[in-house]
Design a binder for this molecule. Sequence first.
Ligand code: COA
Length: 260
Amino acid sequence: MEKEYVRCQIEDGIAIVTIDNQAALNALNNQTLTQLDKTFDDLARNPEVKGVIITGAGEKSFVAGADISEFLKVSGAEAPESMGRGQRIFDKIEAFDRPVIAAINGFTLGGGNELAMCCDIRIASENAIFGQPEVNLAIIPGYGGTQRLPRLVGPGKAKEIIFADERINAQEALRIGLVERVVPKGQAVEEARKLLKKILSKGPVAIKMAKKAINDGLKMPLAEGLKWEALCSGVCFSAEDKDEGARAFLEKRPAQFKGK
Ligand code: COA
């Protein structure tokens, strides 16, 4: 029977996806990537799921990178497809139409940092350590690290991290914008759950369209992004929830959003 490297638990509309390969500090092997991909396909089809938290099993590691033991099998000719596969899975997580929060609990290296960066928001335990150590193996980040890291922290900081394998602790990650919150050890999932509950109390169509406007807009020049924002606003203004939001405000009562 195939080993289960990705666990998914759904409670009160929140899916907690846990990468669980603790013997290898939750490194992402091929099977883990396949299971992660399938998990997000299943979640996308499940309307009960309103938001997702991704975390790593145990206190020591979020994800310590791609599984290095599999690298010996990958040739130069095969690498673009192999990296492209990881990129497609991480793109799928980034484009997931509901909010996704990374609850980071320890080593967040290589593919682990790349996984965290494709989430909408990152919450780190104070023991988290971030890095892109690929150059130690004479390769470069291949699951999006050379692209998402400079977009988050700027090209100079990204080059420092990638060229020199500079490891970043949680406070420094907060300072440079690699994470949004730092919490005491062991509390990242709880903090992510609290934040997600707050997000889920808002108009669901608005959250979905805000994510689309931000993510798609980041790939566009400003003028195009502004047009896209206006079109995304049109979707919100067409939804039933828009009138409920305004009425609830005027009637001084909590809004009852339907997500329609
Ligand atoms: N791929 C495969 N196995 C990994 C791994 C990875 N990315 N990261 C850790 N492991 C394995 C180790 O080989 C070790 O296995 P073993 O017990 O069978 O020897 C186990 O996880 C525990 O790791 P260990 O190195 O003993 O723990 P540590 O506390 O001394 O060091 C790290 C922790 C994260 C600093 C260290 O494991 C490390 O540098 N990992 C590689 C990180 C990396 O380069 N990631 C990017 C890959 S592109």
